[in-house]
Design a protein around this ligand. Sequence first.
Ligand SMILES: Cc1cc2nc3c(=O)[nH]c(=O)nc-3n(C[C@H](O)[C@H](O)[C@H](O)COP(=O)(O)OP(=O)(O)OC[C@H]3O[C@@H](n4cnc5c(N)ncnc54)[C@H](O)[C@@H]3O)c2cc1C
Length: 473
Amino acid sequence: MSYPYKKVDCDDIAYFQSVIDSERIYGGEDIREEYTHDEMPELGTYMPELVIEALSTQEVSDVMRYCYEKNIPVIPRGAGTGLSGGAVAKYGGIVLSLAKMNRILKWDMDTMVVECEPGVLLMELAAAAVERGLLYPPDPGEKTASIGGNVLCNAGGMRAVRYGTTRDYVRAIEGVLPDGELVKFSSNVVKNTSGYDLKDLIIGSEGTLCVATKFTLKLLPLPKYSYSLVVPFPTLEACIDTVPKFLQSRLNPTAVEFIQRDVIGAAEVYLGKSFPDKTSDSYLILMFDGNSRAEVEADCDEAADICMQSGAMDVFLCNTDERKAAVWNVRGACLEAIKCSTTQSEECDVVVPRNRIAEFVKYAKAVSSQYHIRITTLGHAGDGNIHVQICRDDLPEDLWEEGLEKVLHDLYNKAKEFDGQVSGEHGIGHTKIKALRESVGEVTYGLFKAVKKAFDAKNILNPGKVVGLDVEE
Ligand SMILES: Cc1cc2nc3c(=O)[nH]c(=O)nc-3n(C[C@H](O)[C@H](O)[C@H](O)COP(=O)(O)OP(=O)(O)OC[C@H]3O[C@@H](n4cnc5c(N)ncnc54)[C@H](O)[C@@H]3O)c2cc1C
């Protein structure tokens, strides 16, 4: 099948060399293998025709303007840690790396914001904030991701229960439209009802509407105390059924995660470190933040009471850095550990109403038995986002492909039946478009396509992501 895009030729390269240093333009064998995929090579590898590393908004604009005119696809890329094939050149063209636009530009303590470029890594921004007594709350598992990738994927993570997702910390975005125009979406204001909220449309758009070149991000004062609880339960049901009780109480937990023995085991092997308890199959891990020790201890006591009344076997307090690390390192390594425990895996990142989590997890286990495919579940019990990993192990190719399709079909259908959504935080990329379309229906999907067209009439910016290409539909 052919696509309506121009191939990059010598004249194009000559133009790029006229606006960007040649050392930041890579073609042919100089393109590193990592640019052919994101964190999930199993979703397909695609060699770009060119990789360009931008250093400034002007360079991004020059590349976009030219590519729009010439009809060359451009794929924005941060750190390449995405999990849905969002940053790959599926239809050829240029991977535009923002990784070297990595300066933190300004801390404004009067309005409690930081301005930064997209290539700043999450771990760098988070650490720089802590040094100043500040908290940048979004906390997805992958700390080496870029802020650009986090914003464009609306990353969530463990602390979303209390603090929300990346979206809640973006005040303004400066970006370059597909035709090269520079635009600012919103500004450093706390509220805004001035027209359509395009900033919120850009957040989570996976690089399909604009290339983001600068962010203004909201900060909070750093809480002085943060304690965690590890709570073993006799069954997964008892574990998950406890979650609504926190949400109904006066407690405001920072994180509420569930984790099961099979996943803990994989993470222990992966890390070479032990989880602090071995007595149970199902655990809740809770985190509470606050500014006084008494306040956090009171929260932990109340949470412990709720857990014990709900049938918990015990409650372990983690109030030292060492103990907290023992728990959260294991939880943080789970996704990588599951991937490493099998020959191939695929992820389903559905989000369901919080009162349906236990049912969904049980359903996933039943699907696993039905199709004889290993399925692990873990996730953010506090916000209903379940990471279901489907593992190939030693299944032959044909059985894996056939089984995987059925498993995904059943899981997405069940999420829809529960009024859930296809992705809670990992996005659509080029792999979940069919599931998205079936989930949201034709009217909404048509609106998605119209939005894409309004920003990018020629469909050259990250084509075939979030919404499909017309020629394929
Ligand atoms: C081990 C692991 C654990 C994870 N845990 C979590 C978790 O708990 N919660 C969660 O929410 N996510 C999680 N993630 C996913 C994580 O949020 C993404 O990997 C991350 O946000 C992507 O950032 P990146 O810089 O690597 O972006 P990339 O992978 O480079 O790109 C991701 C998407 O953003 C677009 N993009 C990137 N930068 C720009 C830009 N400047 N302008 C326009 N478009 C851009 C790309 O085109 C692509 O579509 C996890 C990932 C891994 C590997």
